[in-house]
Design a protein around this ligand. Sequence first.
Ligand code: PMP
Ligand code: GLN
Length: 382
Amino acid sequence: IQSKLPHVGTTIFTTMSQLAAQTGALNLSQGFPDFDGPQALREAVGRHVMAGHNQYAPMTGLPALREQVAAKISRLYGRQVSADTDITITPGATQGLFCAIQALVRAGDEVIVFDPCYDSYEPAVELAGGRCVHLHLSPPTFSIDWQRLADAITPRTRMIVLNTPHNPSGALLEHADLDRLAALLRGREDIYLLSDEVYEHLVYDGREHASVLRHEELYARALVVSSFGKTYHVTGWKTGYVVAPPALTAELRKVHQYVSFTGVTPLQWALAEFMTEHPEHVTELPAFYQAKRDLFCELLAGSRFGFTPTPGTYFQIADYSKIRPDLNDIEMAQWLTREHGVASIPVSVFYQSPPADLRLVRFCFAKREETLRQAAERLCAV
Ligand code: PMP
Ligand code: GLN
């Protein structure tokens, strides 16, 4: 077969979760909670299934859910977006990202991404006939090198992909970063911004999520993607949304209607109902996950791993160069899983060309307290 994606294998998330299952290790690799979403939310699905909400939702998503997303955006980010023309419910953020890229990237276009970079963007760009231009975020803070970005923009640049809070580093963009980006893009209205904000509510230490939705100038050229899976602890529901100005939304929907047409109906009913009744869920989320981060970091402080508590996401990266500098991070992740019973994700897989001296693994702390205690105990023994 003449593969259209010759470089693509099975994702590291599948590989490491499988290895964790095979070896009986604690799975801190693939990003998902080991606890359930709110009971009222789960019960609502059953109720809506029994109430006959089982046929196609509108192509754009259930109106009540789009209204709730618009209300949240107004409440948190001070932007009034139209539920009809700016919001599309998608079967997962992944599908929204894919459709946005297919809708806007043409053959020969360049898309700028920042490594370490989430794995789903590049195959989508390649299927659209485009090419990713990889820039490195600068460690240890994983910040954008603005001069390099300015230098990387060419007449072929069609899109820039942002991800804040950032997977895997947890880094956050500041509002000043968005101002800088806006200034850089002035005069290039043909460059779109795809902003992956699936961890929008997982921001710690009182910091504020610098959503592109807060930024008048950038939002005009942006598609902002989020995921109910992360926010409501139900990653298996694969339900997300894309927010974009009407003209961009119209293009996105042209693709979305033929990729999946719509999302899963009873899940949308349940989410709409839960968001109406529990608007506090999203405002309580930072404290909920910060407590987990703090516990995990406090316990990990007794280990030989080096780390700075993550500012966002439910991932903590850790430097193991004082433990097994002889192993590359893929070997390290396998060794930790097999020999010490804790599965993680090697950070190099998020790079096109990883730095040779990279000695970082990523732990997911979206876990129950007892899982975190057990994992930390094992990691302290390494
Ligand atoms: N973007 C990032 C940065 C992610 O970490 C994830 C994780 N799962 C997604 C997108 C996909 O979200 P979903 O499960 O809603 O497709
Ligand atoms: N986003 C999740 C992570 O980073 C994984 C989702 C997936 O398995 N594709 O771990």
